[in-house]
Design a binder for this molecule. Structure first.
Ligand SMILES: [Zn+2]
Length: 237
């Protein structure tokens, strides 16, 4: 496939930057964009990064993004965003979750948008579904089928604790291509019906290795695992 990917908004701290909450949209959407592009290229797809870092305002950012998108004939345009408005800074044990936008129900991006919601929700995020918008500038003005992804909420503690940019990017790449990049031997992926100690990134069931009252002890174990080649992260209970 040929795919355009861009992070919405100007960079963090500039005019027309993205939403800021417990995490920063303009930082995370660029991480996801870079990771997606790396994975898509490893899978043999042609990808263009249409992110804009020098817009003079919101309208200018959007105009420049669309100009970059339309400079390439592609199968799909993907716009990476994060949502805000959940107003759950302390956590209520429920994510607010993922939603995607396409221009209309007849958009050729519709099947991708549905699959993106499914795959991100399989990471544990609530699925808010596919929505239609005839007013979102990028959806309206790009030539190729286009989808906008609101990965999760920057101001929901549950979303933020679950969020990991690599897993998010992998879920989107899998939704678009039906494929995953092969992982190093230590993180061998579980085949359907099979489980491995550190395997499938989409699994809802995870193996915990320790619980500590001192954060420093948790950090030390995390480092030990990372040094040993395992993906590790800390969840505060
Ligand atoms: Zn946004």
């Amino acid at each position: 496939m040929k795919i355009n990917v861009h992070a919405g908004h100007n960079p963090a701290g500039k005019i027309a930057c993205g939403a800021v909450g417990l995490i920063n949209e303009s930082i995370e959407n660029r991480r996801i964009t870079e990771e997606m592009i790396s994975q898509l290229r490893q899978l043999g797809h042609t990808v263009y990064n249409c992110t804009v870092d020098n817009g003079t305002g919101q309208a200018d950012v959007l105009k420049k993004i669309v100009a970059k998108c339309n400079a390439h004939a592609v199968d799909l345009d993907v716009s990476i965003h994060f949502n805000s408005g959940a107003a759950d800074p302390t956590g209520n044990q429920k994510t607010t979750g993922v939603e995607t936008f396409v221009y209309s129900s007849s958009s050729k991006a519709m099947p991708y948008a549905e699959k993106v919601c499914q795959m991100i929700s399989s990471l544990g995020f609530q699925n808010r579904g596919v929505k239609y918008s005839q007013t979102l500038y990028v959806l309206k003005n790009t030539k190729a089928p286009s989808m906008l992804i609101e990965c999760c909420f920057v101001d929901d503690k549950d979303d933020v604790q679950l969020y990991n940019y690599r897993n998010m990017a992998s879920a989107i790449v899998y939704a678009i291509t039906g494929a995953r990049v092969s992982k190093p031997a230590e993180t061998e992926e579980a085949k359907p019906g099979e489980e491995t100690p550190v395997g499938d990134k989409d699994a809802r069931y995870r193996v915990q290795i320790g619980a500590y009252s001192e954060k420093s002890n948790a950090e030390a174990m995390k480092k030990k695992l990372k040094d040993a080649g395992f993906e590790a992260f800390i969840i505060q209970a």
